[in-house]
Design a protein around this ligand. Structure first.
Ligand SMILES: Nc1nc2c(ncn2[C@@H]2O[C@H](COP(=O)(O)OP(=O)(O)O)[C@@H](O)[C@H]2O)c(=O)[nH]1
Ligand SMILES: [Mg+2]
Length: 458
């Protein structure tokens, strides 16, 4: 996703990291590189200019905080400005609510209805899908198929052509314990007919959220579309679909953010699992492939992990007092491109000649495993993530169902987690290991440390 933008920005980052000193010329070159990268990703000219102007101003006028190198400080500025270009994250309530999906034909409403249903189901909530698209032939069947796949009920009235009647009937039931997701019909364009239909449905449903579904492939035009829907019926957020296949993703994302409507989720594939909650900062960190733990940790303040926090995490890991929530964060960080590779490379035994092949297989397996683990963790409730000990019996079945894996796989995750906790506890007295970890997490080793780093496990 957004591969070209990621690639060119990574090159920019490399260039900064490598330059020995940063002067006005370097900054100007950097700003030109950023502009080029953004424009190539279809970001609107005005936005690209604004971002690069702010980077330039800050890079030339602000001083790095004590202890931070000028290079990392510049990286931090670029990272912050790119993230702010994409707006602020929107909170998603994890409780029963009514969500109305709107958008034009083919932008991905029905698919996204299924993906959202899956998202809430994984959080342990009961979901109802409501088929209100009476326009497109086969729309109801499409939603029913999705419902079947997820074992989620779908409300429909066969042969009824008036979406208002469908919704009216649905609302007569007691739906207070459900997340109700209304899949409405689109048109080829936002015409009077569609506006009128949406207004009637909005009044009747009285939704907690109205999400506009926009296809990323329309690029910058997403701005106009978001504005038009905002004015016509009001929207509380935007879901941008098909970011997996679009070279214009940067254009769509930044254009929507410019309207002030938050991007809530992004669709990154056709599968029902291919939906990601959108947090601009984490998103940028990921596409920048902040594969370098050091840069990541220096920027970690922004990821809500200041130096003290980092230290605490290390301490927490060592004491074995971590829960699945911490584990999720750790897994999320190490599953970013390049990070796992780097961690492995830093382990001496992984660098024996001839071990490349083993490394690669091991890496691939690990990445796949982490991916699956994250899906399983997504199916857990907050309470379970915080207290893994309560995960037993029926909870295991529910989590397995939610994640689409076997109960055995959930048990393996729990076992792996417990082993990890034990291993970390075992590392407690091992100063060498602690130092390595600290180094990975962004602290320089000084020569002193290296000299006395050999005092083993006891
Ligand atoms: N690659 C990709 N395809 C998607 C995504 N979201 C939806 N689609 C595809 O877009 C097409 C239209 O989706 P649909 O949900 O029927 O759109 P609707 O007319 O707005 O309800 C379908 O073929 C979906 O599989 C996405 O995030 N990535
Ligand atoms: Mg549809």
């Amino acid at each position: 996703m957004l591969d070209t933008l990621a690639e060119s920005l990574k090159d920019v980052f490399k260039k900064i990291t490598k330059s020995s000193s940063i002067d006005k010329d370097t900054v100007e070159e950097l700003v030109r590189d950023i502009q080029r990268a953004l424009l190539k990703a279809d970001v609107k000219v005005q936005i690209a200019l604004d971002v690069s102007r702010r980077v330039k101003e800050r890079a030339l006028n602000e001083k790095p905080p004590p202890g931070m190198s000028i290079q990392n400080f510049i990286l931090k500025i670029v990272y912050e400005e790119l993230a702010s270009m994409l707006g602020k994250p929107k909170d998603i309530r994890l409780s029963p609510q009514k969500i109305m999906l709107v958008g034009l034909y083919g932008h991905g409403k029905t698919t996204t209805a299924g993906k959202l249903a899956r998202f809430f189901q994984r959080k342990g909530l009961s979901v109802y899908l409501v088929a209100c698209d009476t326009h497109r032939p086969g729309a109801v069947e499409q939603l029913e198929q999705i419902g079947d796949q997820l074992s989620i009920p779908v409300f429909s009235l066969k042969g009824e052509n008036d979406p208002v009647k469908i919704v009216g009937n649905y609302l007569k039931r007691d739906i207070s314990k459900y997340v109700s997701i209304f899949d409405t019909s689109g048109r080829h364009s936002l015409n009077e007919d569609l506006i009128e239909e949406m207004k009637k449905l909005k009044e009747l449903i009285n939704p907690d959220e109205i999400f506009l579904i926009v296809d990323a492939t329309i690029g910058q035009q997403a701005e106009k579309q978001a504005m038009a829907f905002k004015e016509a019926i009001g929207i509380t957020g935007v879901i941008i679909t098909k970011l997996d296949g679009s070279a214009k993703g940067g254009g769509a994302l930044s254009a929507v953010a410019a309207t002030g409507a938050p991007v809530v989720f992004i669709g990154v594939g056709e599968h029902l699992d291919d939906l990601e909650y959108f947090d601009p900062k984490r998103f940028i960190a990921r596409i920048l492939g902040l594969g370098d733990m050091k840069a990541l940790m220096e920027i970690s303040k922004e990821l809500n992990m200041d130096e003290e926090e980092t230290e605490k995490t290390v301490e927490k890991m060592m004491s074995g007092k971590i829960n699945l929530k911490d584990m999720y964060d750790i897994w999320e960080q190490i599953s970013r491109p390049g990070i796992l590779q780097k961690l492995f490379n830093s382990l001496p035994m992984m660098n024996i000649p001839g071990s490349d092949k083993i490394n690669k297989d091991f890496m691939d397996q690990s990445v796949e495993k982490i991916r699956k683990y994250r899906i399983i963790l997504d199916s857990m409730t907050n309470e379970e993530l915080e207290n893994p000990d309560i995960i037993k019996g029926s909870r295991i079945s529910r989590i397995a169902r939610g994640a689409g894996v076997s109960e055995e796989e959930v048990r393996i995750l729990l076992k792996d987690f417990n082993n990890m906790v034990k291993m970390m506890k075992g590392m407690k007295g091992n100063r060498k290991m602690i130092k390595m970890l600290r180094k990975q997490m962004g602290k320089e080793l000084n020569e002193d440390d290296i000299g006395s780093g050999n005092d083993g496990n006891n």
